[in-house]
Design a protein around this ligand. Structure first.
Ligand code: ATP
Ligand code: MG
Length: 367
């Protein structure tokens, strides 16, 4: 926040002023006379200029100020007393402050500080505005998801509760049990969704420290795949393969579970019955690669970059239910683990998610 661009015609003045400014802690930039000023955009917080420069670059000054809006980019004009008289009112549209020669060091510093403070304030305001805007968008997405995702299970709960209340005596115990189970699973669904919302909004994942455990990856993944298969209504095929030497390594089990469960359930959910999901675990010396590949509906290119934000869903999901929270949780978990995630997808062909996590090796118990 303290870069000052000097556009002064006299070399001597420029050197003097530059020294003075550096003494009080500012960074000083001064281009040589035939430098292209357009390259300097974004590299300074305040520009000090003299009459010749103002005359020569007044269009550039206006354009540069405009380009930074709503952030305030100050221009301070240095002139001799005699010049001041010639200054027309219009000048105030271009410059923000004026100081006359001979320059009083303290006065100059006070003016510079006042201008820089105004700039800083406008920067903060812009940030605050953006933050509010993002929150507002998040809120709208949350409301739209909540109304979708809660309405269905709520209807189910209300309907079965009503049936049980009205005609409970006439129902045999088998039927009653079935209805209670439906109520329970709908309530569980809402509860799971709320859990996801809380994980993300309370920043539980971002604040959490890694809880590393010495895991047998192969075993862990095998069990997880089995669990997911049982949990998926269609009992869809997951083709699990392992490449590389099996190793025990340090992982946060909870995070790993978040990552793989979400990616695998997505792969199943977004592909038609009868297609296969490939899950490849590739163990290398310094990293672990998880590749989850499906032959499902794919993700339109324009949606791919925003999928890792909360409540974001692609435009082609149709009636497939979901909250758009899973991948946000996956992304935070991958980040916490110091890894990366990438998506490669084509609509109608399928999707591959690739997660790479650094390998934190312990004593290899297999050797
Ligand atoms: P949930 O919170 O229940 O997981 P969701 O599955 O909609 O809901 P995410 O897991 O965050 O949410 O995924 C975000 C979006 O990314 C999905 O809504 C879908 O549009 C798209 N998507 C994710 N994985 C796949 C996939 N394997 N194939 C096609 N689209 C996918
Ligand atoms: Mg999901």
């Amino acid at each position: 926040m303290r870069n000052i661009l000097l556009l002064l015609e006299h070399k001597q003045n420029r050197n003097l002023l530059s020294q003075l400014l550096q003494q009080v802690g500012y960074e000083v930039i001064y281009p040589s006379p035939d430098d292209d000023l357009s390259n300097l955009h974004n590299s300074f917080d305040l520009c000090i200029l003299g009459p010749v420069a103002l005359d020569k670059f007044s269009d550039w000054v206006k354009a540069t100020k405009k380009a930074e809006e709503p952030v305030f980019l100050p221009f301070l004009f240095i002139t001799s007393r005699s010049d001041v008289k010639m200054i027309t009112r219009g000048l105030w549209k271009t410059i923000d402050e004026l100081i006359t020669n001979p320059i009083e060091k303290v006065e100059l510093q006070v003016r510079i500080e006042a201008l820089l403070q105004r700039r800083e304030l406008s920067l903060k305001l812009k940030d605050a505005n953006e933050h509010l805007h993002n929150l507002n968008e998040l809120k709208s997405r949350f409301i739209s998801v909540a109304s979708h995702e809660f309405r269905n299970p709520l209807h189910v709960i209300l309907a079965y509760a009503q049936i049980l209340y009205r005609g409970g005596e006439k129902l045999n115990s088998e039927k009653k049990k079935e209805f209670f189970t439906r109520i329970k699973s709908s309530a569980k669904k809402m509860n799971d969704t709320l859990d996801d919302v809380l994980i993300l909004t309370k920043g539980e994942l971002t604040l959490q420290k890694l809880n590393l455990q010495f895991l047998n990856l192969q075993e862990f993944c095998r069990l997880l795949v089995a669990e997911i298969k049982v949990g998926s209504a269609a009992n869809q095929e997951i083709n699990f393969t392992i490449q590389g030497q099996s190793k025990k390594a340090y992982f946060d089990e909870n995070l790993l579970r978040h990552i793989l469960t979400n990616l695998l359930t997505n792969a199943i959910k977004y592909s038609p019955l009868g297609t296969k999901v490939d899950f490849d675990l590739i163990i290398q010396d310094t990293k672990i690669i998880f590749e989850i590949k499906d032959a499902g509906i794919g993700i339109p290119l324009k949606d791919q970059s925003s999928l890792f934000e909360s409540f974001r869903r692609a435009s082609n999901v149709g009636k497939i239910p979901g909250t758009g929270l899973g991948l946000a949780i996956v992304k935070q978990s991958v980040d916490l683990h110091g890894g990366t995630i990438e998506v490669d997808s084509e609509v109608g062909i399928g999707t591959t998610f690739t997660v790479i996590l650094p390998l934190i090796k312990g004593v290899d118990e297999n050797s």
